[in-house]
Write a protein that binds this ligand. Structure first.
Ligand code: BTN
Length: 245
């Protein structure tokens, strides 16, 4: 297993693209303690202080996954969930927020970013970036007014490499087992997605929507202005409306 470690980088995504362009193998991991220019979906900044688990993994998807690339995000989300669950004091306490977030008490604890590189109209490789607020101090989120939380008080081991290796194994086996595992993976994801029926705002156009379902290609189905619309993985950002009592 290749894990390339840096104390500090701009973004593990940039470094992983460099290695992938030099044909580093499937499953190569770039890990950093701190990122100065961490990025999230839709060009958002991803704040990456010491204590987090910030890494990117180089993937060469199979022909099946190349045709169903939206499913890859769900496979990786479920793989990360299952790996984390092993190391948490309480079991099965996280939930998914479509498309790529893991939450604890409906606050973000992890996010996944997929960047694909094409050659001759075909995917050459994908870099999957995973950011987990593993041991980040809780006070950090309050200080910077970030609506997120940390797993710090819930993690059973202190060595983040042990967790990283389990996540890597889960990601690679979930990808290798596709498509045979899809029904199971999809049901696992959906049963831990608590937002069906919730109202949300489509951040791309500011419109109010209702979350109707997730289809088995990983697309979200929304009711927007009395019409049913489908958005693929990563094609939309939703702000779920919280019910406040
Ligand atoms: C999101 O929720 O928008 C995705 C966040 C992905 C963050 C990770 S941290 C490791 C890798 N390097 C980055 O710059 N981003 C990803």
């Amino acid at each position: 297993m290749v894990i390339i470690y840096y104390k500090q980088v701009t973004s593990t995504m940039d470094i992983a693209h460099d290695y992938a362009s030099k044909n580093f193998p499937h499953g190569t991991i770039i890990l950093a303690d701190i990122q100065t220019e961490g990025r999230g979906r839709l060009r958002r900044k991803w704040i990456s202080p010491e204590g987090g688990l910030w890494f990117s993994i180089i993937l060469y998807p199979s022909i099946y996954l190349k045709k169903k690339i939206d499913c890859l995000g769900i496979l990786i989300s479920v793989a990360v969930y299952k790996a984390l669950d092993i190391f948490l004091k309480e079991k099965d306490i996280l939930n998914f927020k479509w498309p790529n977030d893991l939450e604890l008490n409906k606050k973000k604890v992890a996010g996944i970013l997929l960047e694909s590189i094409y050659e001759n109209n075909e995917i050459k490789y994908i870099i999957a970036g995973v950011g987990i607020n593993l041991f980040v101090e809780q006070s950090y989120f309050q200080k910077y007014d970030i609506d997120a939380t940390s797993l710090k008080d819930l993690v059973l081991v202190e060595d983040k490499l042990i967790i990283l290796k389990e996540i890597r194994n889960q990601i690679l086996s979930h990808i290798a087992d596709y498509p045979d595992n899809w029904d199971y993976v999809f049901q696992f994801y959906k049963s831990r997605f608590p937002y069906i029926g919730s109202n949300a705002v489509n951040r791309l156009n500011g419109k109010e929507v209702k979350i109707v379902d997730i289809d088995d290609n990983g697309s979200i189905i929304l009711e927007e202005e009395n019409k049913i619309k489908k958005y693929p993985w990563g094609g939309i950002s939703l702000e779920i409306k919280r019910i406040t009592y």
